[in-house]
Design a protein around this ligand. Structure first.
Ligand code: ADP
Ligand code: MG
Length: 380
């Protein structure tokens, strides 16, 4: 196309007005078409001059990199894209025109966390930057990695747990036999002492057994049996079950339900388990009483159930480890498996669980589940 334009330019003085007009009209059409394509593109396109000034940017680029082309035109790219290491982008390896070598990843943290992939293509003196949002792709990769790692650990661990179960049973049985024999011991002092020892041993075996069972339970894969239903039902059932504990601790509970709840598909028993764990955690965080506000909010795509407590809150440093198995701040009284289970169940429902917290003020856990019609649409 360039050759053609050059030719026209060379012979411009020999062309009559009519053909110049024709050529010009053709050019305008061509330009309009290209402009339309660039405007519709999901990828951002940014063109920088040899001097590093902004020559062109399409709307996707404006959106991804947060600037306004009309006001940034001809400004130094360094100013338009703060934090982008522009110098590096504008001098891609000269022998590579279109390859990974000229590809950079940029992590934006404001206004939200986004990962952009930027491909720099030298074009004569100018440089063209192609910008893609790869945040989702990254998240999916990380998710897949995490689930395959969890699966491997699960297999290994449940094997070990089963193996522990058998000798534990034998041990328990033998301790029973031992106790029976000891009751025949004629010396009462000695009998009492030895029986106490056996009782202690039995208690410890029981404890290992409980830990082992909890462990196996936590590792069991969760395949929810999904049925359409009203989310308020498992929520109310769980509240009913936990009611005595609210009264015990002077905790006020407020339940805020929308007048109409859209259909969601879920496994009733599993969601009860999630709600139970979240409410129990909230109660445990409000040692001296407080308030628990439970609300269901409906948006276009999802139904969100939130649990806001006025409890101890969670130190920022702990937030990242909350869902890790065995992370607990409750010592003997906790096992650190509740939230891990909650997340696994919610994810198996195609949802997500979020947490916001301020130390000393309280915590809000939010369970988001996809709405039925959206989910169907997403699956097809
Ligand atoms: P556990 O309750 O057995 O400790 P969980 O997985 O349910 O295990 O919770 C892990 C940890 O997260 C808790 O030990 C606690 O420190 C913290 N946590 C969970 N929910 C809350 C909450 N509502 N308020 C404050 N801390 C919480
Ligand atoms: Mg818990």
């Amino acid at each position: 196309m360039n050759r053609f334009f050059n030719k026209v330019a060379q012979h411009l003085d020999k062309l009559d007005a009519e053909s110049v007009r024709g050529q010009y009209k053709g050019l305008v059409q061509e330009f309009t078409l290209l402009e339309t394509v660039f405007r519709a593109l999901g990828e951002g396109v940014i063109v920088a001059s040899a001097e590093g000034l902004l020559v062109y940017a399409n709307p996707a680029a404006e959106r991804l990199a947060h600037f306004e082309f009309s006001s940034a035109k001809n400004a130094p790219l360094v100013d338009v894209l703060p934090g982008w290491n522009v110098a590096d982008l504008l001098s891609p390896p000269s022998d590579v025109q279109w390859s990974r070598a000229a590809m950079r990843e940029i992590t934006q943290t404001y206004p939200e966390r986004r990962i952009l992939e930027v491909q720099a293509m030298p074009n004569g003196e100018a440089t063209i930057l192609i910008v893609r949002d790869v945040t989702l792709a990254h998240a999916r990769e990380a998710d897949a990695l995490e689930s395959s790692r969890i699966e491997a650990i699960q297999q290994l661990a449940s094997g070990v747990a089963h193996e522990i179960g058998n000798p534990l049973n034998a041990l328990s049985l033998n301790l029973d036999l031992l106790a029976r024999d000891l009751r025949k011991e004629p010396d009462p002092d000695r009998r009492a002492r030895l029986l106490t020892d056996v009782e202690t041993a039995k208690r410890e075996v029981k404890r290992i057994d409980a830990i082992n069972r909890g462990f196996l339970n936590a590792l069991r894969p969760v395949k929810p049996v999904l049925k359409p239903g009203n989310l308020a039902d498992p929520l109310k059932a769980t509240l009913e079950e936990l009611k005595p504990r609210f009264a015990d601790r002077a905790i006020r509970v407020a339940l805020d339900l929308p007048s109409a709840l859209p259909s969601v598909i879920f496994d009733e028993g599993q969601l009860q388990q999630v709600f139970f764990n979240l409410i129990k955690n909230a109660l445990e965080a409000m040692k001296d009483g407080g308030a628990l506000a439970i609300a269901i909010d409906v948006t276009d795509a999802e139904v969100a159930i939130s649990f806001r407590d006025t409890g101890s809150g969670i130190p920022a440093a702990d937030l990242g480890r909350l869902f890790e198995p065995y992370h607990t701040t409750k010592g003997e009284l906790g096992n650190g498996l509740g939230l891990m289970m909650c997340r696994r169940i919610v994810r198996a429902h195609g949802g997500e669980i979020d947490v916001e917290s301020k130390e000393g003020e309280g915590t809000r856990f939010t369970v988001r589940l996809p709405r039925l019609e959206k989910r169907v649409r997403r699956l097809t």
